[in-house]
Ligand binder design. Structure first.
Ligand SMILES: Cc1cc2nc3c(=O)[nH]c(=O)nc-3n(C[C@H](O)[C@H](O)[C@H](O)COP(=O)(O)OP(=O)(O)OC[C@H]3O[C@@H](n4cnc5c(N)ncnc54)[C@H](O)[C@@H]3O)c2cc1C
Ligand code: FES
Length: 517
């Protein structure tokens, strides 16, 4: 090939490498799922063009080397070695990108190596060419030099650029104290709008505090708003295979204290203390071969974590998702669900709108037996996961019970309603009660206004907890003797209630009690 032609090819080669490095390394806090999907497609297309060009150029390089009778010069030897090193790196990148999608760190390293070596390959040729013909003013020579310089500038900019600086609003007070035991300080690094009233927030996990969780679990965050600490639980919607960050998707509740703050004021750089992951609403690939997910509104979040996990682990679990929302604009994760449906061969989404527009071609209405039977089929083999607003959860429970589904195959997560205020117990009736913790062999006198969880903590007894609102069921404990008053019971199943289990986080002793803790 003629040198100008080779240089032009080199220029295109490095331009493609620069474009892909840019798509891979660019950090975009506000990008939408559609924009992300577009970036992935563009990255893949450019990647294949790059490989095609690499094969063509390597072919011509081998032809040229074959024709050389003299011993190879050190420059040509280095050039040929670098070109050959590129081959296993490209194969590794394609394999990781196709089969180990969760390994983003590995992909970034491989991509950076490919970009760097391509840069070296082309600069070596350009340098030599320029030295040989210093007076050359050919178009291809100038183009190659320009492209090489642009590549260098883009790469340096991407590698050195920091995430957008903190722009915390006055209300977003940064937590600066050391984290409590079993908790971790997370930092907000990305905000992505999902719908008009829901955003996905990505928090980076510090290296020294790895969080391992199961798909479907949630975190309890201590948000600091206007100087007040406000605990709230949010289900993790990222995959457990992502160890560097976690994502949550708060949906703005009308006049909701925390959800409005998170949707309207939380900005990049915000830090928050979070407890270790909790919750029993988990997907287990060994146990759950066929599952039916019933989600309403923001109740879709734990299911995203499960589906992403299935995709990352290439699981062949059979999944039907019945997703209930009000209008088309309320569908959270629409793009992600479509992508997942295309990639997971045994995953099927049925979206049902309660208030459809005239153009909507899908299903509408509420959860009914007819809709259920038409989309789920056999109800005796799957495990049912239900998560959504209280009304939908009640309807789902009643329907499954009426269809004689074994209660042990129904798992539910309640995002909760505002718990009623603690009962005011007149002093004359009960003032103090004797609380016995059977396993810990401890007894303590406690005020009936304190919850049993608070009494346990005051006695140094460790009890698991999550929401502290009677919603998540993490603290469920058996009541061995006596009676309690519970502020909320959502976190208990019917069979747990029947067997005498209670939620200590919202339970107040009515006289002397003994619990299994
Ligand atoms: C395990 C778990 C996981 C969760 N995961 C998610 C998730 O992934 N995404 C998500 O969006 N949410 C999730 N939640 C719910 C979340 O924790 C919050 O409850 C939710 O964001 C609302 O909090 P808030 O502070 O904005 O609202 P709050 O201020 O607590 O108010 C909630 C609602 O009640 C109304 N209200 C408040 N006080 C009163 C009162 N005194 N009387 C009558 N009404 C009142 C408010 O107007 C508002 O509509 C989860 C909850 C649990 C328990
Ligand atoms: S801690 Fe969530 S129900 Fe008690």
């Amino acid at each position: 090939m003629q040198p100008p032609f080779t240089l032009a090819l080199g220029g295109i080669f490095i331009l493609l490498a620069a474009a892909n490095s840019y798509l891979m390394l660019r950090r975009s806090p506000d990008s939408s799922p559609a924009a992300r999907a577009w970036r992935v497609r563009a990255h893949r297309f450019i990647g294949y063009l790059f490989i095609l060009l690499y094969c063509t150029m390597t072919y011509f390089m081998v032809l040229r080397l074959k024709g050389l009778s003299d011993e190879l010069s050190p420059r040509i030897l280095l050039h040929a070695s670098l070109a050959l090193i590129l081959f296993p790196l490209l194969v590794a990148k394609v394999v990781v990108a196709r089969y180990y999608k969760g390994q983003t760190a590995t992909l970034r390293i491989l991509g950076s190596l490919v970009g760097g070596i391509s840069f070296l390959l082309v600069t070596m040729s350009v340098g030599a060419y320029l030295l040989r013909s210093a007076s050359s003013a050919s178009v291809s020579g100038t183009l190659s030099v320009t492209v090489t310089i642009v590549f260098a500038v883009v790469l340096v900019d991407l590698l050195w650029r920091r995430p957008r600086s903190a722009n915390a609003s006055p209300a977003a007070v940064v937590v600066r104290e050391a984290p409590k035991r079993n908790s971790v300080i997370l930092q907000l690094t990305r905000v992505e709008r999902q719908t008009h009233d829901a955003k996905t927030l990505r928090f980076v996990i510090p290296q020294e505090h790895r969080i391992s969780f199961r798909a479907g679990q949630f975190l309890t965050f201590n948000w600091i708003i206007d100087g007040q600490t406000v605990p709230r639980c949010y289900s993790i919607c990222s995959s457990p295979t992502q160890t560097g960050y976690i994502e949550i998707t708060p949906k703005q509740a009308a006049k909701g204290h925390v959800s409005v703050f998170l949707n309207q004021k939380a900005s990049i750089g915000l830090t928050v203390e979070a407890s270790q992951p909790a919750g029993q609403f988990c997907f287990d690939e060994k146990e759950h071969r066929r599952i039916v997910m019933i989600a309403g509104g923001s109740g879709i979040t734990p299911f995203l974590s499960m589906l992403r996990y299935m995709e990352d682990r290439c699981l062949s679990t059979e999944v039907t998702l019945l997703y209930f929302v009000r209008t088309r604009n309320d569908i959270i994760f629409e793009t992600d669900l479509n992508l997942l449906q295309a990639r997971l061969h045994r995953f099927h989404v049925v979206t049902v709108l309660s208030d459809p527009d005239p153009q909507w071609l899908g299903l509408s209405g509420h959860l009914t037996r007819e809709l259920f039977e038409a989309n789920v089929g056999d109800v005796f083999s799957p495990t049912f996961f239900v998560c959504g607003p209280p009304g939908m959860m009640k309807a789902a429970r009643e329907l499954l019970e009426s269809m004689k589904v074994n209660p042990s195959r129904i798992k539910q997560e309640s995002f909760g309603v505002v718990p009623a205020p603690a009962p005011i117990v007149p002093n004359s009736v009960i003032e103090m009660a004797r609380v016995e913790f059977a396993r810990s062999k401890q007894t303590r006198m406690a005020s009936s206004s304190a919850t049993l969880l608070e009494t346990a903590e005051a006695s140094g007894i460790q009890m698991p907890y999550g929401c502290r609102q009677g919603q998540c069921g993490t603290c469920v404990t058996k009541l061995l003797a006596g009676q309690v008053q519970m502020d909320a019971e959502d976190g208990l199943t019917a069979s747990q209630k029947a067997q005498g289990y209670i939620l200590p986080c919202v339970s107040h002793a009515k006289g002397d009690v003994k619990i299994d803790a």
